[in-house]
Design a protein around this ligand. Structure first.
Ligand code: NDP
Length: 496
């Protein structure tokens, strides 16, 4: 693994120039994976200048040229998939089964999807909407995109920003979380090796308050695309608003998981455990609040507890490990504090609720946790935990289920479990979230959009809908009569 130089600017890997040294570590072991000097504002300036210089050529490449380069990139990623999975697993504390089965193949599929979509930008058909003119739509790239990504799915979050932006002809500067920059740099490097021109994709590895800020406020960055917490997203949005920059925000989530009394309780319990523990719960769409209709409540809680007992925590490179560590001690301690506060407020911790005993307790692991008897207005139900914690609450009527599901500031994802088509239809319509699953929770696909309602943000990642964020729409109106006196001139000239 390359261990130095975690800036990727104008096609070259190098160190930052801020003078501030830091270490990238494996949170599951504490092992140091890389040492780096963080990016400062000068590195951001250089990266933005590289992206600006590359814009002219890349934005004028034909869709087929962009597509072919991206397909070559996907082939290179395929050839290095094992290495990407290993590095992502170690840098983010994820089980190797997750990175091999989800993060890496999902990202490569996204590259292929956007390689195809680059050739299929859609707009309204050209027509004579006025009898004397033909109107046509051009979809044009915006310019240099400044993107900021979090640490939970470093490769995928970076890819979700980079791919639609460059497929549409923009160039980009991405700031990954400085905790997890390794695969973002490898991803950009593979693009360069595949023939995507230098400067089209640049990576600056630095902190949010320094490199992130410099990127958001840079005068040559035309649009800011941010994935992260709602608190930081708010700051980014207000700064972008002051500069009249386009902004795209993918923020936090607190997904409800509603189990009606006609559901398959075994399927729902399995879905809740997998949906709550994926990526150790550090997933913005994770199942966090299960609302279970009273006749099934006892059986559901019992089965979830049994399934949690079987979840294996362990070394991330062991294929038998089901759940890895959290991203950092800071995140683990935040999760522990939220669970402790819930306990003190009267909730019952049915399983977990502590740092594991033994060697895993020396790293950033936390036990899979099941909580009942929490109040709807308590912090554990209302706020993002971003850890392996599932809260289960009972409900009585269908009206209650919908009301409780919608009763948080967030609106990223939700699921309903039922065998009744009418209940499924109502939940689909009334749950306020950018994605509603019926009888499942978590799956995503490249062809379909991902993005929030309410405090979960606005704008879409993945799918052709992402092009709405990363393109300007230009109306071109061509006069087709050739007359010197146009028909509308009557408003100015009294006679022809
Ligand atoms: P943060 O909001 O703390 O950080 C996200 C990114 O923003 C990081 O790269 C961070 O840099 C940067 N940042 C921090 N402060 C600033 C600033 N003032 N200006 C510009 N950039 C800044 O979130 P986390 O990294 O803790 O990620 C977890 C959050 O992300 C959760 O709330 C989760 O819900 C959300 N998320 C949402 C997803 C979605 O699709 N909706 C997907 C994945 C996560 P630094 O490295 O210094 O922290």
């Amino acid at each position: 693994m390359e261990t130095t130089g975690l800036q990727f600017i104008a096609g070259k890997r190098r160190s930052g120039t801020s003078g501030e040294h830091y270490e990238v570590t494996n949170p599951a072991t504490g092992e140091v994976l890389a040492t780096e000097i963080l990016a400062g504002p000068e590195d951001v300036d250089e990266a933005v200048a590289a992206a600006r210089a590359a814009f002219c050529e890349w934005s004028r490449a034909t869709p087929a040229e962009r597509s072919e380069a991206m397909l070559r990139w996907a082939d290179r990623l395929d050839a290095r998939a094992e290495e990407f999975a290993r590095v992502e697993s170690r840098n983010a504390g994820k089980p190797i089964r997750l990175t091999e089965g989800f993060d890496v193949p999902g990202t490569i599929d996204n590259v292929r999807f956007f390689a195809g979509a680059a050739r299929n930008l859609e707009g309204r058909g050209s027509a004579e909407y006025s009898a004397d003119h033909t109107s046509a739509i051009r979809r044009e790239p915006i310019g240099v995109i400044g993107s900021i990504a979090p640490w939970n799915y470093p490769l995928q979050m970076g890819a979700w920003k980079i791919l639609p932006a460059i497929a549409a002809g923009n160039t980009i500067v991405l700031k990954p979380s400085e905790l997890t920059p390794l695969t973002s740099v490898m991803f950009a490097e593979a693009a360069e090796e595949a023939g995507i021109p230098d400067g089209v994709i640049n990576i600056v590895t630095g902190t949010g308050p320094i490199a992130g800020q410099a990127l958001v406020t840079h005068p040559d960055v035309a649009m800011v695309s941010f994935t992260g917490s709602t608190a930081v997203g708010r700051q980014v949005a207000s700064q972008a608003a002051g500069l009249v920059k386009r902004v795209h925000l993918e923020l936090g989530g607190k997904a409800p998981f509603v189990v009606f009394d006609d559901a398959d309780v075994e399927a729902a319990a399995r879905g809740a455990v997998a949906g709550a523990l994926i990526n150790a719960g550090q997933d913005c769409t994770a199942a966090t609040r299960a609302y279970v209709q009273r006749p099934l409540y006892g059986a559901f809680v019992e089965r979830v507890a049994e399934l949690l007992d079987g979840v294996r925590l362990g070394p991330v490179d062991d294929p038998a490990t089901d759940m890895g560590s959290l991203i950092s001690f800071k995140q683990r301690d935040k999760v522990a504090a939220m669970v402790d506060a819930a306990r003190e407020a009267g909730a019952t911790v049915v399983r977990g609720g502590k740092i594991p005993d033994g060697p895993l307790g020396q790293a950033a692991y936390y036990e899979p946790t099941l909580i009942t008897d929490a109040a709807q207005d308590s912090a554990i139900v209302q706020q993002e935990v971003f850890g392996p914690v599932l809260v289960v609450l009972p409900f009585d009527t269908d009206d209650d289920a919908i009301r409780l599901a919608n009763d948080t500031p967030y609106g990223l994802a939700a699921s309903a479990w039922t065998s009744n088509v009418f209940r499924a239809g109502r939940a689909t319509r009334e749950m306020q979230a950018g994605c509603v699953w019926i009888n499942d929770h978590i799956p995503i696909i490249s062809e379909m959009p991902h993005g929030g309602y309410k405090a979960s943000g606005f704008g879409k990642d993945m799918s052709a809908y992402a092009f709405d964020e990363y393109t300007n729409i230009k109306h071109v109106m061509t006069e087709i009569t050739g007359d010197q006196h146009k028909s509308w001139h009557d408003v100015i000239f009294t006679s022809s």
